[in-house]
Write a protein that binds this ligand. Structure first.
Ligand code: CO8
Length: 259
């Protein structure tokens, strides 16, 4: 399917989804969000893909939702726009295949929110993070008020959201907003390296672990433990579990088929 603002490259079971609207610093307007929604559906179904990396073209990852498009919205239209972005980001968050954000530059507002709905974040040393919405007269609207406190704690999230401060990658790493900061030119190599370290494993197990973590974090620990037990049991119905354990016993490398 042809996209105007998204590029997809696939190799070695990893798909790189690049937001490609550099003239507007990859700002998320309705069309970009619709394309992102479709691209995620496409990659979710694509059996040749195990891990997805999301990144941005040019000097921004994403500089936020499109301010030009939002400027004249009324309350109902604003709600609808925010809700659409929330749905797309929730879809990314709930996807069983791991998603890595490779944050190459500005990740502001909706851009920081996009990075946060991914499973892991690798940042270039040039990346900058922030939720500057209150300086525009709005609150974060693509679930930043919900995901930022879950990631960095309530106090730090409130500080970032109330001040609109923009922080460097190094600070983002210190507060737990990103997994790792790397030299700018190494960003995609590092993201690919992380992806490949995931791809070498049993993919059903990886996906079940993702479900267990995502569902468990949203519930009490007793229910979370039950969810884990169910998924743990399901692993024993996979061919890869038999292969993984047989290979261990036979002292050879496992050959997983994703089945
Ligand atoms: N929306 C639209 N256009 C943008 C955006 C944006 N968020 N960010 C940058 N652009 C455009 C600029 O207008 C400019 O266009 P042009 O060349 O036509 O003038 C072009 O991209 C390049 O930008 P700059 O010249 O400003 O580049 P600088 O390097 O000087 O500055 C900054 C980079 C600091 C990133 C600056 O562009 C900036 O501050 N951008 C806005 C950042 C921001 O406030 N983001 C938050 C937006 S609000 C949001 O994301 C809310 C999400 C939930 C919404 C739900 C709503 C209902």
């Amino acid at each position: 399917m042809p996209y105007e603002f998204i590029k997809i490259d696939k190799s070695e079971r990893v798909a790189i989804l690049k937001l490609n609207r550099p003239k507007a610093l990859n700002a998320l307007n309705t069309q970009v969000l619709k394309e992102l929604d479709l691209a995620i559906d496409q990659l979710d179904k694509d059996e040749s893909v195990d891990v997805i990396i999301i990144t941005g073209e040019g000097k921004a990852f994403v500089a936020g939702a499109d301010i030009t498009e939002m400027k004249d919205l009324n309350a109902e239209e604003g709600r609808r726009f925010g809700n659409f972005g929330q749905k797309v980001f929730r879809k990314i968050e709930k996807m069983e295949k791991p998603v890595i954000a490779a944050v190459n530059g500005f990740a502001l507002g909706g851009g920081c929110e996009l990075a946060m709905c991914c499973d892991m974040r690798i940042a270039s040393e040039k990346a900058k993070f922030g939720q500057p919405e209150v300086g525009l007269g709005i609150v974060p609207g693509f679930s930043g008020t919900q995901r930022l406190p879950r990631l960095v704690g309530i106090g730090k999230a409130k500080e970032l959201i109330f001040t609109g401060d923009i922080i460097k990658a190094e600070e983002a790493e210190k507060i737990g907003l990103v997994n790792k900061v790397v030299a700018h030119e190494e960003l995609m190599n590092e993201a690919m390296d992380l992806a490949k370290r995931i791809v070498k494993n049993a993919q059903k197990a990886v996906r079940y672990a993702n479900i267990a973590i995502n569902r468990g974090i949203e519930t009490d620990i007793e229910t979370g433990i039950e969810i884990e037990a169910d998924l743990f049991g399901l692993c024993f119905a996979t061919k890869d579990q038999k292969e993984g354990m047989t290979a261990f016993v036979e002292k050879r490398k496992a050959e997983f088929k994703g089945e």
